[in-house]
Ligand binder design. Structure first.
Ligand code: GRG
Length: 302
């Protein structure tokens, strides 16, 4: 990436993150709402410094087809609520048993396991509550919104993120094979990234051709994102990542480096980047932020 593109992307990501953070702050109940323990736990994880990649992608996809990002903002925020829930539950003792995330103690370490489980549940429910708020959705076509809610529910559920997580857990300690690994990565992580891009495009009134192009982009960067995550778990800086590295190997997780090695995993991720960019070659310069985000997904250090 050139220095100019790097500077543009940094400013772009920071501005979008600011927009998303203030919308989330507005949509979520105050920390001292009753009962305070649950609202504190929800806000603790929601405002713990996440990159906001999924909502940013949702807004950038809308922008790429000439849409209005303010209209799509609540849907983008709902995706972040689902993402935050998945991280809280992923860190639980029964799943990955992680003590730190983003440099801070995980939810169950601060609030106890019971409240952490409920905070995750509350965030998932809050996402669909937000998606069905008539006051915020007034500018959207109801049929399109319903189709988007359906896509998001499918992506987060047993055929998507949960399915991927289940197979991920069941595959620990097993000899990796491509088919299983592709299933895990494309569902556990990829599908929420894909649905973020697709939802933004659909809500912004994209044509079927544009939706197909952006889906191709989303599918490829979704998988590339998880391969980059596998690589960061090996050679990432624990300080920048805010969590321990090396855990995938200790747990015998099925990952791309475990299947094909570090160098080929790196090459595979860049191949996917090329495919993502080729997918949106038909879009004009309004898709440039998406092009830069695709490189960022692979070059990020946290
Ligand atoms: C329902 C019991 C129960 C568990 C759900 C679904 C699930 C657990 C976990 C799957 C989600 C998951 C943690 C996938 C890994 C993907 C990943 C690399 C997450 C980190 O995403 P970033 O880097 O995080 O975007 P930030 O911190 O920036 O928000």
């Amino acid at each position: 990436m050139t220095e100019d593109n790097e500077a543009f992307l940094e400013a772009y990501l920071s501005a979008r993150k600011g927009l998303i953070d203030s919308a989330l702050n507005k949509y979520m109940p105050a920390e001292d709402a009753y009962p305070p323990e649950i609202f504190k736990a929800v806000r603790y994880s929601l405002f713990a410094g996440g990159k906001r990649l999924r909502p940013i992608l949702c807004l950038a996809a809308a922008e790429a087809v000439g849409g209005d990002i303010e209209t799509v903002l609540p849907i983008a925020c709902a995706l972040e609520l689902i993402h935050t829930y998945s991280l809280i539950h992923d860190d639980l003792p029964a799943i990955d048993n992680d003590d730190y995330r983003r440099g801070m103690p995980t939810s169950h370490k601060v609030f106890g396991e019971g409240v952490a489980i409920l905070a995750g549940d509350a965030l998932l429910t809050a996402a669909f509550h937000l998606l069905s708020r008539q006051d915020l959705m007034a500018g959207l076509d109801p049929r399109t919104l319903l189709a988007v809610i359906n896509d998001i529910a499918e992506a987060a559920g047993y055929s998507g993120m949960i399915g991927g997580q289940v197979v991920d857990m069941q595959s620990e300690g097993k000899v990796p094979d491509y088919e299983t690994l592709h299933y895990i990565h494309s569902r556990k992580t990829g599908v929420m990234i894909l649905v973020a891009v697709k939802s933004g495009a659909r809500l912004a009134g994209a044509t079927e051709e544009e939706i197909d192009a952006l889906s191709e982009y989303g599918r490829n960067i979704g998988l590339a994102f998880q391969i980059a995550d596998d690589l960061l778990n090996i050679d990432g800086d624990p300080i920048l990542m805010g969590k321990v590295t090396g855990s995938d190997k200790t747990r015998g997780k099925m990952t791309f480096p475990a299947l094909i090695g570090v160098v080929d995993s790196h090459n595979k991720a860049y191949q996917l980047l090329d495919m993502a960019l080729a997918g949106i070659a038909c879009l004009d310069s309004k898709a440039d932020p998406l092009r830069l985000i695709a490189s960022y997904v692979l070059e990020r250090r946290s």
